[in-house]
Write a protein that binds this ligand. Structure first.
Ligand code: OGA
Ligand code: NI
Length: 368
């Protein structure tokens, strides 16, 4: 059974398709895309020099069972440090077949280049996050992102809406299916290693998540003549446990993460996957690992494509900080809640930094 769409009619006004806009009126930016001065991005594409370090790189082959214990521990420590200090890292030798990554990338590009009428056979309705269009739009006066996306539920199977799986390009669905299976294996392994790195049992997250939910969002950011006026994707943290981002080959830099109050552009290594911690892991670890706010900016000359997989607990699961992370020095920061309710809360509000997590926060009263 597909998730039930929100029944109450939402008036979101007219939403321009940005791919069409950039094709037919490359110099026009409708007012709905122009951000208020305070919300405009900085488009720097090189990391600021004073930001001495780059996003950590994890070599997944070092974590395979065939390696020496020393190598394993070394990489495990790298992973734990990356999760703690960055919440974002790149994985190389991740085991996802490179040909498959290339195929899904190519087919996604082909999909976005189809005529609008073809793509509109799979409309993302207001208040839902499956199909082609713009997500997270809830009102007529809300600013729009400079992005079109194709979003699909992958697992569990009953969450899928088969009518929204594109029939063109040919083999898209099969390829997506195969790609998603491989990314899922990576996620399953990652949550194991993250658990071990936290001093937990290997299966601690796995067994808690139940049949994990998996979804994909393929984001297309057309070139924009005034990228400094628009936002590719509004700042947010992900509502998942983990997110796996593949940036298409030849795409310009576009992803930015907020670190120590500064937006840092993310330069991806060829064939690497970018991983980030989502809200679920922040809650489970009582904030030891944090979901990091990020956003995407548009580029003046080049289109950009990213494929983003979300891996999250089953909707039935109850979550809250694990007792291992709560003590006198680390008071409990989040209440217990049902993950399905969190997901619903997440997708029925506009993206707004880390605000979605307020849903679960225990409000501490200030001493006065
Ligand atoms: C997302 C996301 C960033 C990007 O889809 O949640 O953060 O670079 N995407 O497309
Ligand atoms: Ni994100």
């Amino acid at each position: 059974m597909a998730p039930i769409p929100i029944i109450s009619p939402i008036n979101v006004g007219h939403i321009d398709d940005v791919i069409e806009l950039s094709k037919t009126k490359p110099d026009t930016i409708p007012q709905r895309f122009v951000r208020d001065i305070t919300e405009r991005p900085t488009i720097a594409t090189t990391p600021a020099n004073n930001h001495h370090h780059h996003m950590p790189i994890i070599d997944f082959s070092n974590l395979s069972k065939h390696n020496t214990h020393e190598l394993f521990l070394h990489e495990l420590l790298n992973l734990a440090t990356a999760c703690k200090n960055w919440g974002f890292f790149q994985v190389v030798n991740h085991g996802v077949d490179l040909n498959l990554m290339e195929s899904i990338e190519k087919m996604s590009n082909e999909f976005f280049m189809l005529p609008l009428e073809e793509k509109q056979k799979y409309p993302m309705l207001p208040g839902t996050i499956q199909g082609y269009g713009q997500a997270f739009v809830f009102s007529e006066d809300q600013k729009l992102d400079w992005c079109n996306m194709l979003a699909l539920a992958i697992e569990p199977q009953h969450a899928r809406n088969p009518n929204l799986w594109p029939k063109k390009p040919e083999k898209f669905s099969e390829t997506l299916e195969e790609y998603s299976r491989e990314v899922r294996k990576l996620c399953e392994n990652l949550v194991k290693y993250i658990a071990i790195g936290l001093g937990l049992k290997e299966e601690a997250f796995d067994s808690m998540f139940g049949e994990a939910v998996q979804a994909i969002r393929i984001n297309y950011y057309p070139a924009c003549s005034r990228p400094e006026l628009v936002m590719g994707l509004s700042p947010h943290s992900d509502g998942s446990a983990l997110t796996v981002l593949q940036q298409a080959k030849g795409s310009p830099v576009g992803l930015q993460i907020l670190k120590d109050g500064i937006w840092i552009p993310v330069h991806t290594l060829p064939n690497a996957l970018v991983i980030n911690i989502g809200d679920t892991i922040e809650v489970l670890t009582n904030g030891k690992y944090k979901s990091v706010e990020h956003r995407a900016v548009a580029n003046e000359n080049k289109d950009r494509l990213s494929l983003v997989t979300f891996y999250a607990p089953s909707y039935e699961v109850e979550l809250g900080p694990m007792p291992e992370f709560v003590d006198a020095n680390h008071p409990c920061k989040f209440r217990r809640y049902n993950h399905g309710e969190y997901s619903k809360h997440y997708i029925t509000h506009r993206l707004q930094g880390k605000k979605a997590l307020d849903f679960a926060k225990i409000q501490t009263r200030n001493a006065f």
